[in-house]
Design a protein around this ligand. Sequence first.
Ligand code: SF4
Length: 223
Amino acid sequence: MKIAELFYSLQGEGSLVGVPSVFIRTSGCNLRCAWCDTPYASWQPEGAEWSLDEIENEVESHGARHAVITGGEPMIQAEIVQLTERLRALELHITIETAGTVFQPVACDLMSISPKLANSTPEGSYAAPHDRLRIQHDVLARLMARYEYQLKFVVAKPDDLEEIRALAETLDAPAERVILMPEGTEQAQLAERGQWLAEICKEEGYRFSPRLHIDLWGNRRGV
Ligand code: SF4
């Protein structure tokens, strides 16, 4: 499996924010978000081929109780089911961070689904395929029915809320499962957007998520 990076850090986003976790970042993505913060796992996928044994050994060496499989898009990986089964055998809590466009019967304790809003659509030749793929209602419904889940949205402007409300309603997702996170990779920008986003969360009953890793360490790899 092509791995962009494997590291030990704190979960920076969502309902498990702050939990020490080992991160397995698979390389390759079926979307091309304009603001992608890990282009080295999507637009220009980097990394090396790791065997499942190598991944398992490296994960074990960190002694974490939580594992986060992220990307890129981990659900497009051919060996993703086997990888999750190995992590399950290690008795790790498994979070999978996915855009929710592909279903695979993985072992997973928290399906962290981040459907991509219209604000993610890039310019140029990727715009049309990205737009066609970014919301797959059937896949989202299947993931939500099978797994403990959270719906985590990246919000760039207050107007994004309309799309979030509509999707949550279509998917019949209760407000407590919806998490809003400001878009950005700079601390000042996150702080500014966080101000109005916090008010939206209070009004709607959605949960606010910081981007803790950016707050603590800035926009760097391996954190
Ligand atoms: S789905 Fe995630 S990894 Fe893929 S392009 Fe969008 S932000 Fe980047």
